[in-house]
Design a binder for this molecule. Structure first.
Ligand code: SF4
Length: 388
């Protein structure tokens, strides 16, 4: 017997002798004790409360007419990294290019001038390891405080890091109320295999030490975990649970590597790790949820957002609301498009135009002007990952 039903925009899931009624688009959830057949009293009552609306024609929040500017700024501050992860999407190098302080500050100025909201949100992200440019981050934060104070706005900062920075740097992030996301893959034998230092040494010891430190400070943070099917996800979640982690974001290993197409991941390849297929990943995710529940860990994945928030795009970058600036001054529509050397860059632009038929927009940052797509809105997948 079917136990899950879709009525208009609302899911009705049978559980024992009751039904969970859930509308991701209105963000409403309820439990009822009889099936909400159309026209019945219970159906009408739920409808009045916001359930059973027509499915939206589009899940996009903005289009070219209603777009009200960027809502957050992400700076991809450097292409340098002290790690050499086997699956690095950015092919980061030990000594790569770095954003100039002038470009960072000009980007912030441009962003703040067009920003209409109440909270200036700034994120520092990869293409490399952002904490290697700690002095630049500090300057940007100082300027953001100044601009926010001038315009009576608030600030919110976010760092996505490989977790190898010093305790002093983490203390500063805590003092400035940063949202912290640490990319880490699990117990030492997994972390050291997937995410070694550039000299080949394991990174597990220092990353674990920093995780323990954040836990000891009772500071909320998220672990961003890349999962390969050769590993037991229950063991990984248990490991983080025992460290005291309370928030896990799990993504499958995407099948591209540091050297892009030259590295093939897969069961038949010379690489040990490989990307789970959809079914493998869903099965593993359910197992992970079970262990996470035991430890009181909140666990999520990009696709979950489709169910819980009614999103029509793979990730926040694709919302068209995030202004992502590369170290060279490009405004990118995607966190993984970190320069125009990526062989998929041209393809990405073409796919975007073909799908969305939106014009490209011109933006100017200081003296640098670039033409770039700002929106990549696809159902159920990331165009870049798909292209690769
Ligand atoms: S994935 Fe991140 S931490 Fe790993 S090498 Fe690439 S930039 Fe560095």
């Amino acid at each position: 017997m079917q136990s899950t039903y879709l009525i208009e925009d609302t899911l009705v899931v049978q559980g024992g002798d009751s039904y969970i009624v859930y509308s991701p688009f209105s963000g409403k959830i309820a439990r009822v004790f009889s099936f909400p057949e159309k026209g019945t009293e219970i159906f009408l009552s739920l409808h009045e409360s916001g359930f059973f609306n027509a499915l939206p024609e589009s899940t996009r929040k903005d289009d070219i007419e209603t777009w009200r500017g960027f809502r957050s700024l992400t700076l991809l501050v450097t292409r340098s990294c002290n790690l050499a992860c086997i699956y690095c999407y950015a092919a980061a190098k030990k000594s790569g290019r770095t954003m100039s302080l002038n470009l960072a500050l000009q980007s912030l100025k441009w962003f703040a001038e067009q920003f209409k909201g109440n909270t200036i949100r700034i994120s520092f992200h990869g293409g490399g390891e952002p904490t290697l440019e700690f002095a630049l981050i500090q300057e940007v934060v100082k300027e953001a405080y100044y601009l926010a104070q001038k315009s009576s706005k608030k600030t919110r900062f976010q760092i996505v890091t490989n977790g190898t920075a010093s305790i002093g740097i983490f203390d500063w992030f805590i003092d400035n109320n940063f949202g912290i996301s640490i990319s880490a893959d699990g117990p030492a034998f997994i972390q050291n295999r997937n995410r070694p230092f550039v000299n080949g040494k394991g990174s597990s010891e220092i990353v674990e030490k920093n995780i323990r430190y954040l836990v000891s400070r009772n500071y909320p943070f998220t672990i961003r975990l890349t999962f390969s099917s050769i590993d037991d996800i229950r063991e990984i979640v248990r490991y983080f649970g025992n460290l005291g982690v309370k928030s896990l974001h799990v993504e499958p290993l995407f099948p591209h590597g540091r050297e892009y197409k030259r590295v093939i991941f897969g069961k038949e390849s010379e690489k040990e790790v490989y990307s789970p297929d959809g079914k493998e990943f869903v099965t593993s995710f359910f197992k992970a949820m079970g262990v996470a529940r035991e430890f009181g860990i909140r666990i999520t994945n990009s696709h979950i957002g489709h169910l819980t928030k009614g999103l029509g795009y793979f990730c926040g970058s694709a919302s068209g609301r995030s202004m992502i600036v590369t170290d060279e001054g490009f405004i990118s529509g995607c966190l993984e498009v970190v320069d125009d050397q990526d062989s998929d860059f041209e393809l990405l632009k073409k796919i975007h135009l073909w799908l969305m038929k939106l014009p490209l927009l011109d933006f100017k940052i200081g003296t640098v002007a670039f033409c770039f797509p700002v929106k990549i809105v696809l159902q159920d997948m990331c165009v870049l990952v798909a292209a690769r």
